[in-house]
Design a protein around this ligand. Structure first.
Ligand code: SAM
Ligand code: SF4
Ligand code: FES
Length: 349
């Protein structure tokens, strides 16, 4: 097979070539010496397509109770050491008001797969938020039946984040004892059909993952038509079956962020908390390699440390106002601006 060089691959990316393993792999697996050029190119593509504004999404981690047992996650049901909590609907609405008062145009409601939040309870919360605030609502609460997704959309939810985590059938099966890859894909197709602004993504550095596998993930996300793509390094949690795994790195994730920006010039790509947790400048590095979103935490500090999906998570002791100030300074320090408004996805006509 003919191999594509880094420079040839970058030229294809710049020319907007259809994503293909043949040129994605040389970028995802590029040498350290080539990485700065990859990041600069992605940064230029980002600036030309969507400008310098960074949208802030206020993250509300409203329950760490989960019926699932994903092998990588500290919230998995078999982690008996996790101290569980669930915010009340009133508390969730209150957090949303606080997020709005801090200037956030969007809240992300995220949780474990907690059955207490029935379709109707969740719909009530969405309706209350929509009646009492002007924020856009992103849901990130896992796999549900189509009827639930439909009810929440009708109640006013704007966006949904559901990472595919990996499209490799063997890896997906090994880390998801409760899930089926085809069913997860079906959830994403359903969310798209219902008109949600659609977010998905993967973890970088899962056991067994290769640049070829990651490139197939990128191609699949492209076929799906994902409009928001969240990627972060996998960080092994000591109370999970993957505690001894190597985990992902900042450098590997930066290459992936940059490649995603080249393939999706207009998408919303967050500089994830996991990046900031592995490296104090991880989020800034991601913003300079193609990312345009940050998700500061607005969860009450009383429960924040308990949403421990991986160890060493940042911001667990800092209140919402502190994080708002911190992230604003970080964005300005790299010459970018905080964008205002809901920051809906950009859809081509
Ligand atoms: N329960 C919902 C779900 O699974 O989609 C939302 C919450 S879940 C904690 C959000 C994301 O956290 C997952 O999609 C996964 O990619 C990420 N995550 C979980 N454990 C992680 C780990 N150990 N390292 C990095 N990211 C992790
Ligand atoms: Fe639950 Fe989501 Fe963690 Fe899986 S990734 S255990 S569904 S919170
Ligand atoms: Fe939370 Fe910096 S963003 S302390």
């Amino acid at each position: 097979m003919q191999t594509t060089s880094f420079q040839q691959a970058l030229s294809l990316a710049r020319a907007g070539a259809k994503p293909d393993v043949a040129w994605l792999v040389p970028l995802l697996a590029c040498a350290d010496a080539d990485a700065p050029e990859l990041y600069r190119t992605a940064d230029t593509v980002r600036a030309a397509a969507i400008g310098d504004g960074v949208y802030l999404r206020g993250l509300i981690e409203f329950s760490n109770i989960c019926r699932k047992d994903c092998a990588y996650c500290g919230l998995r049901r078999d982690n008996r050491g996790a101290e569980r909590y669930r915010l009340t609907p009133d508390q969730i609405v209150e957090c949303t008001r606080e997020a709005e008062s801090l200037g956030y145009g969007t809240v992300v409601l995220q949780s474990g797969e907690d059955p207490w939040f029935t379709a109707e309870r969740m719909a009530d919360i969405i309706r209350r938020i929509k009646a009492e605030t002007k924020v856009a609502i992103t849901l990130s609460i896992g796999e549900r039946p189509e009827a639930d997704y439909r009810l929440w959309r009708e109640a006013g939810a704007d966006r949904y984040l559901l990472r595919i985590e990996t499209t490799d059938p063997a890896i997906f099966a090994a880390i998801h004892p409760d899930d089926d890859l085809e069913e997860r894909k079906q959830c994403l197709y359903t969310l798209k059909k219902l008109g949600y602004q659609l977010g998905s993504g993967v973890m970088a550095g899962l056991p067994g993952q290769t640049p070829e596998i990651l490139s197939r993930d990128v191609i699949w996300l492209h076929e799906l038509g994902a409009e928001m793509i969240g990627v972060g390094p996998f960080i092994p949690h000591p109370a999970t079956p993957l505690k001894a795994a190597k985990g992902g790195t900042v450098e590997q994730t930066l290459r992936l962020v940059a490649v995603l920006r080249l393939v999706f010039p207009h998408a919303h790509i967050p500089a994830t908390t996991a990046m900031g947790s592995l490296d104090p400048k991880g989020r800034e590095k991601a913003l300079m390699a193609g990312a345009n979103i940050v998700m500061p935490n607005v969860t009450p500090t009383t429960v924040r440390p308990q949403y421990e999906i991986y160890p060493g998570k940042i911001c667990t002791g800092d209140d919402a106002r502190h994080c708002r100030g911190c992230i604003g300074h970080r964005i300005e320090a790299i010459g970018r601006t905080v964008a205002s408004g809901p920051g809906h996805v950009v859809r081509k006509k």
